[in-house]
Design a protein around this ligand. Sequence first.
Ligand SMILES: N[C@@H](CCC(=O)N[C@@H](CS)C(=O)NCC(=O)O)C(=O)O
Length: 208
Amino acid sequence: MKLYNFEMAPNARRVRVFVAEKGLDIPMQDVDLGSRAQLNDDYMATNPMAEVPSLELDDGTIITESTAICRYLEEVFPDPPLMGRNPLEKAQVMMWDRRVEQHGFAAVAEGFRNLNPFFENRALTGPVDYEQIPALGERGKARFPQFLDMLEKRLAESEFIAGDRYSIADITALVTIDFSRTIKGEIGDRSHVQRWNEAVSSRESAQA
Ligand SMILES: N[C@@H](CCC(=O)N[C@@H](CS)C(=O)NCC(=O)O)C(=O)O
């Protein structure tokens, strides 16, 4: 297997943390998003969506989309389980992971991509260029504290995001909170998010 990766890419980090939690050692190949290498013909032949991460299996099959890559790894390497152990847990993990993606990760991405000059004319990932919409960026920034409020409420009643076990939903939320530095996001005085953030950030996998 080989993981197409870029150190600073939050979606790639989601998979790297997942791989670290599984204790796997998957060779990585960098795709330099800084020089727009994702748009080169070679990489586009691997992933026509022009995004990282991509996982290449030994027979050459490519899996893209970070959650799909994690799903594959979970099936092949079930221990420790990071996507739930039974039908209810699996649904709860997926529910929380989607909430974090839609209300947290997407809000930060909207803010970052629509306001940072590096993404001028590249407001969306993928092969097609899109103009930035600064108002959408401001809306993304405004959505982020609402996401933190949702987490605060959840973490007041639950040790981890999807329940009493660490899961992919914690990985997506950790990566989202670290990614929020790009829009100057702050946890502030949300004590439950602080407690949870200290716990998940001190796991060895957070270094991935
Ligand atoms: N839905 C994809 C999104 C992947 C994605 O957006 N990757 C970003 C890096 S975090 C990327 O490749 N960006 C390329 C670009 O900016 O053109 C996933 O879940 O993996």
